[in-house]
Design a protein around this ligand. Structure first.
Ligand code: HEM
Length: 151
């Protein structure tokens, strides 16, 4: 039987050693593990918001989101979905850049931009998830949703 050996397509990072822990292998496993968890988180999120909530998409407004973020269960659900989606998405983009961007300087800039964007999104997303207050006590009452008056 004839066999063909193809060149390692990912020449951005030639394999250094076959022994010891490998970041690339960890990344490969992470993509699969986070993919499985994301299926549960994303479809759970969609089912709850669009199917199990009476009124479906028309019921989604500021009060609905405010109410969800007041519940620790949904805060942790949302923040886990946020972290996994951003880490999974940015690690996937890293793979694409390593596969297709061959100029070292451009690759460095692209990978840096992905890392900075991921860090900012994770930081701001986590901050807002845990600090969101739909009725801030010092705000102008005319700018607040009507349900704040009842609190
Ligand atoms: C529904 C849940 C998801 C599952 C099951 C899933 C699964 C996967 C798997 C297994 C890979 C690796 C493919 C490979 O190495 O050849 C991958 C790659 C990737 N994923 Fe996801 N993913 C999900 C959601 C997402 C989300 C929400 C994003 C964006 C934020 C995303 C962005 C990416 C990107 C950019 C890649 C790299 C594509 C490539 O290597 O060609 N995925 N996904």
């Amino acid at each position: 039987m004839m066999s063909t050996t193809i060149e390692n397509p990912n020449y951005a990072y030639p394999a250094r050693s076959k022994r010891g822990p490998s970041f690339e292998k960890a990344g490969w496993i992470f993509m699969r593990a986070s993919g499985v968890v994301l299926v549960v988180l994303i479809f759970g999120h969609l089912a709850y918001n669009l199917i199990w909530t009476p009124g479906g998409i028309s019921a989604i407004d500021f009060g609905f989101v405010g109410g969800k973020l007041a519940d620790p269960f949904w805060r942790w659900w949302d923040v886990t979905m946020l972290w996994l989606a951003i880490l999974h998405g940015s690690n996937g983009m890293r793979t694409i850049v390593n596969d297709y961007v061959h100029k070292p300087r451009i690759r460095q800039i692209a990978l840096g931009a992905i890392a900075v964007a991921a860090a900012i999104l994770i930081l701001l997303g986590t901050l807002i998830t845990f600090t969101f207050d739909p009725c801030p006590p010092t705000a102008d009452p005319s700018l607040l949703p009507s349900f704040c008056a009842d609190l």
